[in-house]
Each structure stands twice: as structure tokens, then as C-alpha cells.
Design a protein around this ligand. Sequence first.
Ligand SMILES: Nc1nc2c(ncn2[C@@H]2O[C@H](COP(=O)(O)OP(=O)(O)OP(=O)(O)O)[C@@H](O)[C@H]2O)c(=O)[nH]1
Length: 328
Amino acid sequence: MTLNEKKPRILIVDDAPENIDILVSLLEQDYQVAATRYGAQALRMARKIKPDLILLDVVMPDVSGYTVCKHLKSEEETSGIPVIFVSALSSPLDETRAFRLGAVDYITKPFNARVVKARVNTHVELKRKTDILEQLVAQDPLTRVANRKKLDEVLEKEWSQSLAIEKPLSLIMLDVDHFKEYNDNYGHTAGDKCLTAVASGISDALTRPGDFVARYGGDEFVVVLFDSDAQNTVSVIRRILRNVEYLCLEHMHSTVAEQVTLSIGAATLVHQDAVDKNVETDLDSSVLMKAADEMLYKVKKEGRNGFCRCVVPVLRESIKQQIASGSA
Ligand SMILES: Nc1nc2c(ncn2[C@@H]2O[C@H](COP(=O)(O)OP(=O)(O)OP(=O)(O)O)[C@@H](O)[C@H]2O)c(=O)[nH]1
């Protein structure tokens, strides 16, 4: 491990303080260790600190380890955390139940400290490799922003969330102007560098933790902004345009400017109360892509190097439910 690398995090959950003490002293040299005696608190801590591994007792006074494991595996943000049960229960039935619930290992008490450490090391290493693989699967190898597969996943999730809690959702589609000419004249390697720099310019313009950028393909990028109304979306677009302008990437073969510029189309999903002919009731996330793409096409047609945006109205879910139940 290099100096800058953080130690992996381990959460110990055991109702006996003496067991916690033994495990902490065994692991604290190589890991950041947190501990709790309560199942319910273990769930809260797991969501907050996102440990790389959980050592979980079965019999606890409030919530059993089995229940904790079931909850961990059912929630998206904690389902990937490996769980090793450490328990005095040693029947095959107990062990198989733990594995059925998603545990990666089962250690019976009284345990041998060296064996515990060896098993912990193995599972933490496996988790590290899984994390790397998951990141690679979701990443565009050239620009290191998310890839299209990840975009599909994120958009679907944000779309459902937007409908469920009636928050606006914005999608921005960005395309480098005359990128073919850039490639043809400056070469493919310079083209790659240009795309990487543009991707950084876009990423740097995104300020909130949930803001998301993906390479859609070729010289096209897509940004997804949850809970971002039209006004905030315009601010983000302006920041992106400014960042790319500041890159000062020479493009003497563009008809628009002497440097690399972008054309941008954006669409914002807004939730409305009234049923009128302009307000759609049943839409899916592809409508935002389509609307942003149409706006992008408009900008291209009008001379490039700028942006155009629109609003996609959708009927509030709560109103839809009232209509369905006949109370509206
Ligand atoms: N260097 C590089 N070029 C790529 C990559 N992926 C796609 N391209 C090139 O991107 C160019 C996209 O060209 P077009 O779709 O015609 O777009 P454009 O020239 O920007 O035209 P407008 O969008 O209308 O301004 C093509 O020349 C592709 O070969 C890549 O990963 N690296």
C-alpha cells in the first residue's frame, strides 16, 4: 500500500465488547476499524461509512445478524459489502442460512486469530478487485468518464426517482463542433487528447455530488442533473462552455471559431398539476434524450457553438394517482 492509499475499512458488529476488543486489536494495524454492539446501528454505520467488509455476529439483543445481513443485501448502497458471520452457532443449518442470505464466509467462535485475519485479508482483496472491475465496466476507457451502459442505468434510476418525488430532471447532450475536421487535420491522437480535455472541462463544471457525465459515443457526451430546474441547468451549460473555451484547443479547420467549441441541447422534465393537452401522462426516460437531441440538432442547424433548451412537462404522479382512484 502506498502512503496515499487509505486503509480498507472494516465494521465489526458483536454484542460482546470483549470480542470487539480482540478483533479490533487483530485488525487495526492494517485496517480502519469501526465497531458497534447493535444490529440497527450497524445498518446505519454501513450506509454511512461504506465499509469494505463487515464482521457480523448472529445473536444480538436488538436485531439478529441474519436480519442485518438481509437488510444490507436488499439495499443498493450496501448490497456489495462482503459480510463474514462470526458466530458461536455452528450447525450446518446456521452456516447455510448465512450463505443463503449473501454472506461470503462463516467463522465459528471460539476463533483462531490468524485464521480470522487470513480470511479477512482474502475477502478485502477480492472486494478491492471487484470494485476495480465494476469501475472499469462503467467507464469510458479514453476519457475516464462514465460510459453509455452506465448512463442508461443512471438515467433510468434518476427518471424513476424524479417521478416518485416530483423533482425536475435535466439532461444535457453535448457534441464537439466539426470534430471530424479536427481529427482529419490534427490526427487521431490529438483527437483523443481533445476528447479527454473536453470530458474534463465538462466534469469540472459539475458541482453537486450526484451530477453525472457520460461519453455517449464518438464526440458526444451526456450530462444528467437530478433536481435541476431549467435555470440551474443553464448555469451548468454556461460553466461547461466557459471551461471548454478556457481549454483554448486550437481548431483552425472549424467554420465556427479558431478553437474547439461545443453545440449543446438540453431538456428538463418538469412536473405539472394540470391535465392539458401539452402535459404527457405516460412517458419514459427516452423522451428526455430525444428532446435534448432535437435541441442539439437545432443548435447545429443554427450555426453551432451555443445551446438550446426545452421543457418536457409531465403530469405529477400524485395527480395521476388521484385520477386513477377517481378522486380528481
Ligand atoms: N480521435 C478520436 N476520434 C473519434 C473517436 N470516436 C469517434 N471519433 C471521430 O469523431 C468524428 C465525428 O464526426 P461527425 O459525427 O461527422 O461530427 P462532426 O465532425 O463533429 O460534425 P458536427 O457535429 O456536425 O459539427 C469522426 O471523424 C469519428 O471518426 C475517438 O475515440 N477518438
